[in-house]
Design a protein around this ligand. Structure first.
Ligand SMILES: NC(=O)c1ccc[n+]([C@@H]2O[C@H](COP(=O)([O-])OP(=O)(O)OC[C@H]3O[C@@H](n4cnc5c(N)ncnc54)[C@H](O)[C@@H]3O)[C@@H](O)[C@H]2O)c1
Length: 362
């Protein structure tokens, strides 16, 4: 199986390529295509990245190949890490959400059109670039919705599991449970899906109640906004104190606040993002099925707020070699259902201007 990484020389793309090779996810007979864009800095750097990876990992590296034209992308699995990113607040005037969406919609469209025209018709696409939901919407329209998965919800899920695990004093692999919704402020930690290996139902319910206290998700959006304000305030003079402050918060808030602060610190979140992406790639490449969370284009498989969702939403799902097959979401408690409905609304509003229906009406 071959993999192509679009935006290979970006911070996230480079980490994905490095981890793919270093962790020997691909056999030496497979091909890893490093995709840059012609004319820009990445068009030059992508050749250098290839040489650097060979330098480091020649003994076990897959065949490394460079492509600069979307029409030349050939792979069984395509990772979309190309596009603009939101700079930290200290990095000048950030692009608005609309500007970011406009810029990256063009990138998503260019690669999706090329894959639709020249691809095998069976590539699985993992969207990393933001807005993840927009990438999924645009690529799913052109390539078929079951072949396209956004990885933001899986990254959010791993972060949430880690924070729950830390609080319980256990390792992350003993904690299950998912984060759904939108990647970003409208992520929805599904506390009702939390499982802790070794604990029976009653013990788990007691443990979760202890972790959550009296809070529900009703106040979660306000808590996130307050957390950001407080962190910017503290980090203005002491970044270490800002991270220490996060440690004093409950697990679901920490799961969102810590990566946000990491990005604000200037370190970015490339390593964790790449590692979560590799999880999904390993699943697809291995030919096995795994329950993960991901942003996918739904066609009514899930109902939130009493209405079926026809659009992109992060949900727990079964991922396999041909993409995602099923959503795994039982009836939710009212606070989770309401937050998920709100997230679906935010995503629908954010993707609508760039979907085929909107293009057709221009
Ligand atoms: N889903 C997640 O959990 C998650 C986490 C972190 C970052 N991200 C997103 O991943 C994306 C990449 O982040 P980064 O930190 O690597 O950014 P970066 O600026 O370091 O790299 C961006 C890459 O995209 C390429 N690129 C930009 N515009 C392009 C275009 N028009 N055509 C082709 N290539 C283009 C650049 O050449 C560069 O290689 C961003 O959208 C970021 O928001 C997502």
């Amino acid at each position: 199986m071959d993999v192509a990484v679009l935006g290979a020389t970006g911070d996230v793309g480079r980490q994905i390529c490095t981890q793919l090779v270093e962790r020997q996810v691909l056999p030496t007979t497979s091909r890893l295509q490093l995709v840059g864009r012609p004319g820009g800095a990445s068009g030059r750097a992508v050749h250098g990245l290839r040489a650097d990876l060979v330098d480091a990992y020649d003994e076990h590296a897959p065949v490394l190949d460079v492509a600069l034209d979307p029409d030349d992308v050939v792979a069984d699995v395509v990772v979309v890490a190309a596009g603009r990113t939101v700079p930290p607040r200290s990095g000048g005037v950030p692009p608005s959400r609309t500007e970011l969406a406009e810029a990256n919609a063009a990138v998503f469209r260019a690669y999706a059109d090329a894959l639709a025209a020249h691809g095998s018709g069976s590539e699985v696409v993992v969207v990393v670039a933001n807005p993840v939901e927009l990438g999924v919407a645009i690529m799913a329209e052109r390539l078929g919705r079951h072949r396209v998965v956004g990885m933001g919800a899986w990254l959010d899920t791993l972060r949430f599991r880690r924070e729950v695990a830390v609080q319980l004093g256990v390792r992350r692999h003993r904690v299950g449970g998912f984060v759904a919704g939108q990647h970003g402020d409208d992520a929805v930690p599904l506390w009702s899906t939390v499982r802790i290996s070794g604990l029976d139902v009653a013990e788990r319910e007691r443990a979760v109640a202890r972790l959550r206290g009296a809070r529900t998700l009703t106040t979660f959006p306000a808590e996130i906004q307050q957390a950001k304000t407080d962190l910017l305030d503290v980090a203005a003079t002491d970044v270490a104190a800002a991270f220490a402050l996060i440690d004093s918060w409950p697990p679901d808030l920490r799961a969102l606040a810590r990566p946000w602060m990491t990005h604000q610190s200037g370190a970015k979140t490339a390593t964790g993002t790449a590692s979560a992406t590799i999880d999904l790639l390993e699943t697809v490449l291995d030919g096995r099925e795994m329950v993960v969370a991901g942003q996918v284009a739904l066609a009514g498989e899930v109902a939130v707020g009493g209405a079926p969702v026809h659009g992109v939403l992060g949900v727990p799902l079964v991922l396999g070699p041909e993409g995602w097959t099923r959503v795994l979401l039982d009836a939710l408690p009212p606070d989770e259902d309401a937050r998920l409905a709100a997230a679906a609304g935010v995503i629908a509003a954010g993707t609508a201007p760039w979907t085929a229906a909107a293009e057709g009406s221009r």
